[in-house]
Design a protein around this ligand. Sequence first.
Ligand code: PEP
Length: 252
Amino acid sequence: MRKPVIAGNWKMYKTLSQAVDTALALKPLVANANHCDVVIAPVFTAIKTVADRLEGSNIRVAGQDCSTETEEGAHTGEVMASMLRDVGARHVIVGHSERRQFYSETDETVNKKTHAGIKSGLTVIMCVGETLDQREQGSAESVVSQQLSGGLSGLTASDLDRIIVAYEPVWAIGTGRTATPEQAQEMHAFIRRVFAERHSAAAAEALRILYGGSVKPDNIEGLMKQADIDGALVGGASLKAESFAEIVNYRR
Ligand code: PEP
């Protein structure tokens, strides 16, 4: 039985005090959410304080990205996965489409970050997803398959326990246009099949696959009813404690 994960990606929003206020407002609202893992990803500068203030709660804190580097050194502007772990993060998001699109991240970069996260004891939420053009050209599955094999290359069987895949069709991110539960299910089932072929049936069965792309309180229930949807990665609707809590506490 896969435990769902509901993760909030706060992107480049919120000052430190706003991040703390949101996290503290969220805490009582999701305190009884034992049915899923709850994760929030504030900006780097808020991770330590938010993680400290949430200590003892059921909310885990994630980094939104990490460096490909795993040794300290002259890499201005970079933050290592082990440094995220050091300040209280337990997860890291890698390969978000905004990183791929605006910061030219390739599958190779994503793969290095995935290894760095795992090496540092973090659970890695690796994002994959096709653009609208790619979907319309009928290449959504080949794009996602390529992102999966590139991003997960060189991982051992035990590393796979620390992987969560987030399927985020680029055309659904921040657009208000969600994939239908059926469209999402179809791709999630495909991802699980690819995972089984590349790794093992057992690893595929255990893999948690999150859907991301305009998830809101009013569409989470339909998505979570699908057999291969094991949670959500939520952007906009995670910025307010109340709406994120509604998503976490979806009707089961
Ligand atoms: C995201 O940033 O990962 C995301 C899915 O954003 P939104 O929920 O706003 O579409």
